[in-house]
Design a protein around this ligand. Structure first.
Ligand SMILES: *[C@@H]1O[C@H](CO)[C@@H](O)[C@H](O)[C@H]1NC(C)=O
Ligand SMILES: *[C@@H]1O[C@H](CO)[C@@H](O)[C@H](O)[C@H]1NC(C)=O
Length: 155
């Protein structure tokens, strides 16, 4: 088979489309289990992260309807449907950037323990709540999409 320069050029043009995107990772360093629910346009099943090292990992995706994804974390099983205090790690994969955000609703489930949301690319901003309580205001940051962004509970 003969590869023309035009064909090779077309292959090179395709290469950026397969560039890897990073992961959304949650590490539970707390001495108690926590419960994580994935929410896009619909809600996924609740996942348990064991005490002292339980992990959740997913590759960043873009929801076709909501765009952004929320990982809602509670200390109570079934907490999202019960309206229990929730820490929310939200992300939005958009045009080569990963936008990430930490927020809470109905209280601060991890206080007084620290929470850290940190990209693997250390030149991008980290969100750190030293006593597990939102400082208020917008917490949205961004980084290049190939960075893995990790939420550490009881950091
Ligand atoms: C994302 O997680 C998967 C599964 O653990 C791993 O194989 C992959 O290397 C991770 N990707 C990055 C960019 O860290
Ligand atoms: C992410 O992409 C940037 C820019 O293209 C590159 O310099 C960096 O090495 C990549 N990092 C990883 C972890 O792939």
């Amino acid at each position: 088979m003969h590869f023309t320069p035009l064909f090779l050029g077309a292959l090179a043009a395709l290469a950026p489309a397969v560039q890897a995107v990073g992961n959304a990772t949650v590490i539970n360093n707390c001495p108690f289990p926590v419960y994580l629910t994935w929410v896009g346009q619909c809600q996924g099943p609740e996942v348990t992260l064991n005490a002292e090292g339980g992990r959740y990992i997913e590759t960043f995706t873009r929801d076709p309807v909501s765009g952004g994804i929320a990982l809602k974390i509670t200390r109570v099983q079934g907490g999202v449907s019960q309206g229990a205090p929730q820490t929310i790690y939200a992300y939005n994969l958009n045009n080569g950037l990963i936008w990430y955000d930490l927020s809470e609703v109905f209280g601060s489930p991890f206080a007084p323990n620290a929470l850290r949301l940190a990209p693997s690319d250390i030149t991008c901003p980290t969100i750190f709540w030293p006593s597990g309580v939102s400082p208020g205001g917008s917490q949205v940051r961004n980084c290049q999409e190939n960075s893995t962004v990790t939420l550490t509970l009881c950091a």
